[in-house]
Design a protein around this ligand. Structure first.
Ligand SMILES: N[C@@H](CCC(=O)N[C@@H](CS)C(=O)NCC(=O)O)C(=O)O
Length: 205
């Protein structure tokens, strides 16, 4: 039984935020006990802003006062404690290959995703212009997934789980378009991971 007196880390999270989802996935697979604090992004808790003034989620506040406020670092923290599914390369760190893919996801692809999702705010171009920008990354992932079941090979890695929530969001912008798009391996990968018990558990309300 959990000792209720032992302080445990607090994760400030927002259910639908793709960065927070990736952090929750890594924490869930690691089995490390963390108290979840769901944040209303319009009314961020004082305690969260006190430890991380930049005001983004996720934020992990450890009992020793350490604050980790980048989602990738939270994944690394959790998997560094316990990585039972071997998401990390050799159990120690995010591989250079994973890092490069995640950086592309968080950079160019995330920008295209935001423009596509909120195309009305970016009237310089129609939504399908921004969608085509994002599709460059989808194509890259699809090529990998045509060669093996997961992004880096035959096993799930941190790259799959860090990128999954963003592809989910991209697919949801126009699911009819996504479902008819020529990215079958990517669609199968997305579908299987979204149905996994781990993903369902971290999305539970
Ligand atoms: N680089 C950060 C980005 C996190 C981020 O941008 N999260 C969004 C929510 S998806 C956020 O908190 N935005 C601030 C806001 O909406 O006020 C990370 O990886 O943790």
């Amino acid at each position: 039984m959990q000792d209720t007196k032992t302080p445990i880390p607090i994760l400030y999270t927002f259910r639908r935020c793709p960065y927070a989802i990736r952090a929750r996935l890594a924490i869930a697979v690691s089995g490390v006990a963390v108290q979840m604090c769901e944040v209303d992004l319009r009314h961020k808790p004082r305690a969260m802003l006190d430890c991380s003034p930049k005001g983004t989620v996720p934020v992990l506040h450890l009992p020793n006062g350490t604050v980790i406020d980048e989602s990738i670092d939270i994944m690394g923290w959790a998997l560094g404690i316990n990585d039972p599914a071997s998401w990390l390369d050799e159990g120690t760190a995010c591989s250079a290959e994973a890092l490069a893919l995640i950086q592309e996801n968080d950079g160019e692809f995330k920008s295209a995703l935001d423009h596509y999702k909120y195309a009305g705010r970016f009237p310089e171009h129609p939504a399908d212009f921004y969608r085509a920008q994002g599709e460059v990354f989808l194509h890259k992932l699809n090529t990998r997934l045509a060669a093996h079941a997961y992004l880096l090979g035959s096993r799930i890695s941190d790259a799959d789980m860090a990128i999954l929530p963003f592809i989910r969001q991209f697919a949801e912008v126009d699911s009819d378009w996504f479902n008819q798009s020529p990215h079958d391996p990517l669609k199968r990968w997305l579908d299987a991971l979204l149905k996994s018990s781990l993903f369902l558990a971290v999305m539970r309300k």
